[in-house]
Every structure is written in structure tokens, then in C-alpha cells.
Design a binder for this molecule. Structure first.
Ligand code: SR1
Ligand code: MG
Length: 422
């Protein structure tokens, strides 16, 4: 590889990476026999699938700009460094849940990793109406394990602080989240778009809603100030790959220390949007009802598993800086430790709901939309699906301290769907 950064192409990849022993061991010794496809459908990077006689690998390379927008929006290559460091930590904290890393090249901003096949991006699957065994459980476990084990409840002080410092440098991607997620949906920002004119009235209403704006800024304050744990930072359904019975989490380039509820909330918000998108992909009215129920059951499972596993880790692995057992269990104050756990889970719950609501807004009103809505061609139908998500998003953000559990949230989603069905 050359000493200077240069983006790979399908024509140069085999020659440029052909000497890497890790890649030859996976694909076969002769790079002339490798085939290369570029499959990146995300907003930022190049993603290649490389296959040879012995097997395949994925090569992900950062571009020096935002792919979705073009070179008018420069973006540091260093995001590959943060992704690599997040992946290596997640692999330890949630074994088996992230792709195996074969090679990292900081100068070329590229990561070579396991080719997950026959996996697909979950977002596509949710649009197609496919179910995945164990999805809710795996995602609940992934969230609890990575978020607990990356926090002061688990980590010793020196490691925790060096990781905090390492990821604090992920400034550019953090800045994207701060603006695109928390601010842009709530004013007429330059890159915003929404289904118009159908949603114009509701959008004006939401932007005039000061309770909502205050909620969004309180949540932004939590995102900026509560460096509780190493977040994935972009845990939506495009960052998850699935096959019939296996789930893997990819793409943690937005990793940063932040509030535990951010990852869980973004994830839940994306499942709720997938639910509201179902009528837009139904072959006949009602034909996706049962599938919609499965999405809601999966949403409930994610939170239930998260809560159970987080509680188990609290009881078994609370060996870090906070809530030391020497203050609680060692003093016979086990019940107090349980109370402290309940308090922490309450805070995480309210954040989760709030971040879910804000995520639902920014995916409909901001720059980065979701494919499940965007591919609904009938604009009236699309707007009706999106409007339900916007309304529920508002309820979640503003009432995050009032709503009690995920069953209630999913019942609200169902009511919203039924009452506003067109
Ligand atoms: C300019 S980047 C837009 C969005 O794409 C990424 O996947 C993140 O979600 C980001 O907010
Ligand atoms: Mg991504």
C-alpha cells in the first residue's frame, strides 16, 4: 500500500491489497482470481466485497467527504480509526455480535473484516417483511453488554479515562449527530427535506412546538454532557446485518462516550419507524398486520432483554468506579444496590424514549432519511406513514418521564396506526 491515502476502486483493489497475507489466507494466494464489487449503500464510505477461490472479505474505506452529499462536505478519514477501536472493544464486550477484523490500515482509512453471508442489512429485511429468529434478544444483549461494560460501572479508572479521551476526538462525527439529530429537524435547516406538501402542516406544527424543542435540547444536553459509556453512536437498522437466525452489528464509526439510552433509543426509534412503514409495503390492505405485530414484539423484546441483562451485569460485574460493592453488598446493603439499579434504569428508560422520538423526527424531517419510508412511491401513503411516526416521536420525546413501559409504547404505536389508517 502506498504511504499516501488514496481511495480504492474495483479496478485497483486486488493489485493494491494483493500482498496482504491476511487477505491471501482468506481469499486465495492469487489476487488475479479475486472479484471485487462495491456495495456501499450507507451515507459515508466505500464498501467492497472481495471474493476469491477460498472465501471472501469486506473492505471498508472512509472517503474524505460525506458520500451522501459529495466533496462539498469534507469529513476526516480518522473515522475509520474510531470504528476500528470501537469494533475491537465491542468484540470483547459482546462476543460474537460484531464482524471479525482481519486488518486495519490507518493511513488508507480502511478496515478489512469478515464477509457476512448470506446476511443482509436489517432495514431491507424489515421493508421486505422478513422475520429473524433471536433478533430482539441479540440486540438487547448487545446493548446491555457493550453499554454496561464500556461504562464506569464496569471499567477501572485509567482505562475508562483513556478511552474517554480516545473517543472524544471523534469530533466531526459527533458534530454531525449534534446538528442533524437534535437541531435540524426543528427549524428550516438548509439540507432538510420532507414529503411535501402533504406534511407541511404537521412540520410547521412540530417546529412551533416549544415543549418539543425544549425536550430535544434537554436530550441534546444529555448527549453532549453525559459521557456514561462508549456508544456505538449510530445504532439504527442499517447498522445491523441479519440472516435467518444470526444478527451482527456493524459500522460503529460514530462511537463516542455518551448516555446509555442513546444507542437503545436510536434502535427502538428505527424499529417503530419500520412498523409505521409497513402499510406502504403491503401487497393488500392489512397484509402486513401480523408482521407489524412481530416488529412491535421485537421492540418489546429488545428493551426487556436489555433490562434483564443490564441488571444481571450490575449484580455480577459491577467492578468499576461507580456504586462499588464495598459501599453496598459488603455492608449488607444489597437492597440499596437494587434501588440504585432501579434508579439508573429509570434514567436510561427516559433517555431511551426521548432519543427514540428525536430519531424518528430527524429521519423524516432532516437530511438522512430511511429507505423504508423513502421507497413508498405513493406520496399520500408515505406522508400518512411518516405522520404517524412524527406524532408518536413527539409523544415519546415530550412524555419520556411519564410513559411506563415498552408495552405501553407499542400499544400507543398500534393505536396511532389504527386511528390514522388511511
Ligand atoms: C451526513 S451523515 C448522515 C447520517 O448518516 C449516518 O449513518 C448517521 O446516521 C448520520 O447522521
Ligand atoms: Mg453507518
Amino acid at each position: 500500500m502506498s504511504a499516501e491515502y488514496e481511495p480504492l476502486t474495483i479496478d485497483t483493489l486486488s493489485q493494491r491489497l494483493g500482498k496482504l497475507s491476511t487477505l491471501k489466507a482468506r481469499l486465495g494466494d492469487d489476487p488475479a482470481l479475486w472479484t471485487v464489487q462495491e456495495v456501499g449503500d450507507g451515507n459515508l464510505n466505500l464498501v467492497f466485497i472481495v471474493q476469491g477461490p477460498k472465501g471472501g472479505a469486506v473492505v471498508k474505506q472512509a472517503l474524505p467527504y460525506v458520500r451522501l452529499v459529495g466533496d462539498s462536505w469534507p469529513l476526516p478519514l480518522k473515522r475509520a480509526f474510531f470504528e476500528y477501536h470501537a469494533l475491537t472493544r465491542q468484540a470483547i464486550r459482546a462476543p460474537g455480535d460484531v464482524p471479525e477484523i482481519y486488518h486495519f490500515d490507518e493511513i488508507q482509512a480502511l478496515i478489512i473484516m469478515e464477509f457476512l453471508t448470506p446476511h443482509v442489512i436489517l432495514r431491507h429485511s424489515l421493508k421486505a417483511g422478513k422475520r429473524h429468529e433471536g433478533l430482539g434478544e441479540t440486540m438487547g444483549l448487545f446493548c446491555a453488554r457493550t453499554l454496561f461494560r464500556g461504562s464506569d460501572m464496569s471499567m477501572e479508572t485509567a482505562k475508562r479515562k483513556s478511552d474517554l479521551a480516545l473517543f472524544a476526538d471523534n469530533v466531526a462525527l459527533c458534530d454531525i449527530t449534534e446538528n442533524l439529530v437534535f437541531d435540524d429537524p426543528y427549524f428550516d435547516a438548509k439540507m432538510n427535506r420532507h414529503t411535501t406538501p402533504q406534511l407541511d402542516g404537521l412540520v410547521a406544527q412540530l417546529r412551533a412546538d416549544v415543549d418539543l424543542k425544549v425536550a430535544a435540547q434537554h436530550l441534546k444536553a444529555a448527549f453532549c454532557n453525559n459521557a456514561e459509556t462508549m456508544l456505538h453512536g449510530d445504532l439504527h437498522t442499517g447498522s445491523i446485518m441479519v440472516n435467518a437466525d444470526e444478527t451482527k452489528v456493524i459500522d460503529p464509526e460514530f462511537a463516542i462516550y455518551g448516555p446509555i439510552g442513546f444507542d437503545v433509543g436510536m434502535l427502538i426509534g428505527n424499529f417503530l419507524m419500520a412498523y409505521f412503514a409497513q402499510p406502504g409495503h403491503a401487497q393488500a390492505p392489512g397484509s402486513r398486520d401480523a408482521y407489524g405485530d412481530w416488529i412491535l414484539e421485537t421492540t418489546i423484546k429488545i428493551w426487556a432483554t436489555f433490562e434483564t441483562e443490564f441488571s444481571a451485569l450490575w449484580r455480577k460485574e459491577r467492578t468499576g468506579i461507580l456504586y462499588s460493592a464495598r459501599l453496598f453488598e459488603d455492608q449488607g446493603h444489597t437492597l440499596a444496590a437494587e434501588q440504585a439499579l432501579a434508579d439508573r434504569l429509570n434514567d436510561i428508560w427516559a433517555h431511551t424514549l426521548g432519543f427514540a422520538g428525536i430519531e424518528m423526527h430527524r429521519r423524516i424531517l432532516g437530511l438522512a432519511h430511511i429507505m423504508e419510508f423513502d421507497t413508498i412511491e405513493d406520496e399520500h401513503l408515505r406522508a400518512s406513514c411518516e405522520a404517524k411516526a412524527l406524532r408518536l416521536g413527539r409523544m415519546l420525546a415530550v412524555n419520556r418521564h411519564v410513559l411506563r413501559d415498552m408495552n405501553e409504547v407499542c400499544s400507543l404505536a398500534k393505536l396511532m396506526e389504527q386511528e390514522n389508517a388511511t
